[in-house]
Design a protein around this ligand. Structure first.
Ligand SMILES: O=C(NCCNC(=O)c1cc(-c2ccc(F)cc2)cc(O)c1O)c1cc(O)ncn1
Ligand SMILES: [Mg+2]
Length: 214
C-alpha cells in the first residue's frame, strides 16, 4: 500500500494543477520537488534553457530519450506549433504509466507519442513507425551511458539532418563524459555548454547543445 515517488508526483499534479493548463502542471511539479520530494526532472532552471532552445528551433519533430514523469515532455510540447510532435521513449513501464497521466492532465496527448521500450531497439524503427525523415530536435535525458551509443545509432539510421539539434541534460551531474568528449571533438558537431545547476539544488550541472553539421 506504499505509493512510489512518481505516484506522489502525479497526485500533486492532479491536486494542484488545472486540467488542460500545461504551465500549471510544470509549476505543480516544480513546487512538489522543491517543497516535498526531489525528483529527477530537468527542473525549472535548466527548463528555461530547454524552453529557449525549443522556441529557437521551433521543431516539427522532437525525439525525447527518457520520459520519466513527463515533466520535460510537457515543457517541450506546450511550446510546439499545431501538428508538431514529440516522440518520447521511456524504458521503465512504471515511469511511463505516470508520464502518460501527467501528459493527459496537461491536455497535450495530441502532440505527444509515448513509447515504452529501449532506445536501442526503437531508434532503428523510428522512420518506418512514424513516417518521418529526421528529427529537428533530440532531448537526451535517459541513462547517461546511452547518450553516446544512441547518438551514433541516430547518425547511422539517418535520423539527423544538417541543422538537427541535440540537447543533452546532466552532462556534468551525473555526467556523460564520453558523449561530451565526442560531440566536442567531432567535426560533425558544433557544441555549446549551458552552465546551470542540478534540478532543485546548488550542485553544478548543465545542458550541452550540439548542432549536427551533416
Ligand atoms: O533511471 C532511469 N532513467 C532516468 C535517467 N535519468 C537519470 O538517471 C537522471 C539522474 C539524475 C540524478 C542526479 C544526481 C543524483 F544524485 C541522482 C540522480 C538527474 C537527472 O536529471 C537524470 O536525468 C531509468 C531507470 C530504469 O529502470 N530504466 C530506464 N531508465
Ligand atoms: Mg536529467
Amino acid at each position: 500500500t506504499h505509493s512510489t515517488r512518481p505516484q506522489r508526483l502525479l497526485s500533486a499534479v492532479q491536486k494542484n494543477a488545472t486540467r488542460g493548463d500545461p504551465s500549471s502542471v510544470v509549476k505543480a511539479i516544480d513546487q512538489f520537488c522543491r517543497q516535498k520530494e526531489w525528483a529527477m526532472n530537468v527542473g525549472d532552471e535548466k527548463g528555461c534553457i530547454l524552453d529557449l532552445v525549443v522556441s529557437e528551433v521551433n521543431p516539427t519533430f522532437v525525439l525525447e530519450l527518457g520520459t520519466y514523469c513527463g515533466y520535460s515532455t510537457v515543457r517541450i510540447a506546450r511550446l510546439l506549433p499545431p501538428h508538431a510532435k514529440v516522440i518520447t521513449l521511456e524504458f521503465n513501464p512504471d515511469f511511463a504509466a505516470i508520464a502518460h497521466q501527467v501528459i493527459a492532465w496537461a491536455g497535450l496527448e495530441d502532440k505527444v507519442h509515448l513509447i515504452v521500450g529501449a532506445s536501442g531497439d526503437w531508434i532503428p524503427k523510428m522512420k518506418e513507425q512514424f513516417g518521418l525523415n529526421s528529427f529537428d530536435l533530440v532531448f537526451l535525458d535517459h541513462w547517461k551511458d546511452r547518450y553516446l551509443p544512441d547518438t551514433k545509432l541516430m547518425e547511422e539510421c539517418g535520423l539527423l539532418r544538417q541543422g538537427s539539434i541535440l540537447l543533452a541534460d546532466n552532462v556534468i551531474c551525473p555526467g556523460a563524459p564520453d558523449y561530451l568528449d565526442y560531440v566536442r571533438r567531432s567535426s560533425q558537431y558544433e557544441s555549446q555548454y549551458f552552465k546551470s545547476h542540478l534540478e532543485y539544488t546548488k550542485v553544478e550541472d548543465g545542458l550541452e547543445k550540439s548542432i549536427f553539421l551533416g
